[in-house]
Design a binder for this molecule. Structure first.
Ligand SMILES: [Cu+2]
Length: 124
C-alpha cells in the first residue's frame, strides 16, 4: 500500500511535470507565432519609409517644360516601384537639371516621391 502511494505520487509529479513542460512548449510556440506575425509588419514599416528613397529610371526625354518645372520621360521599367515602361511627367524643382534635359536625349534620372509628385533628384 505504501509503495502504491509512492508510485501514484511519482506518477502525479511526472504528470504535472509533463504538463508544465507542455505548457512551456506551447508558450514558446506562441512566441514564435508572434515573431512571425511581427515580421510582415516590419516589412510594411520599411516599405513606408522606402517612400523617401530615390529610384532610378532610364529613358528618352519627350518634353521639357522649364516654366512649369517638369520633364516628360519615356522610361523603361522601374523595378524598385514595380513600374512597367511608360511615358510620364516628373517634377523638376531644381532648375539646374534642365541643363541636362533635352528632347530626344537618353538620360538616367534619380527621382523620389514628394507628396503627389515624382521629383527628379539627379540626372546622368
Ligand atoms: Cu513612370
Amino acid at each position: 500500500m505504501k509503495s502504491f502511494a509512492t508510485l501514484s505520487l511519482v506518477l502525479a509529479l511526472s504528470a504535472s511535470g509533463a504538463a508544465l513542460a507542455q505548457s512551456g512548449t506551447t508558450k514558446n510556440m506562441d512566441m514564435k507565432d508572434m515573431d512571425m506575425k511581427a515580421m510582415p509588419m516590419e516589412k510594411m514599416n520599411s516599405g513606408s519609409t522606402a517612400k523617401a528613397t530615390t529610384h532610378e529610371a532610364t529613358g528618352v526625354v519627350k518634353a521639357v517644360d522649364t516654366t512649369k518645372g517638369s520633364v516628360t520621360l519615356a522610361h523603361g521599367p522601374v523595378k524598385s516601384l514595380n513600374w512597367p515602361a511608360m511615358t510620364m511627367t516628373f517634377a523638376v524643382k531644381d532648375k539646374m537639371f534642365f541643363d541636362k534635359l533635352a528632347v530626344d536625349k537618353k538620360v538616367t534620372i534619380n527621382f523620389a516621391k514628394q507628396g503627389a509628385d515624382y521629383v527628379v533628384t539627379g540626372v546622368k
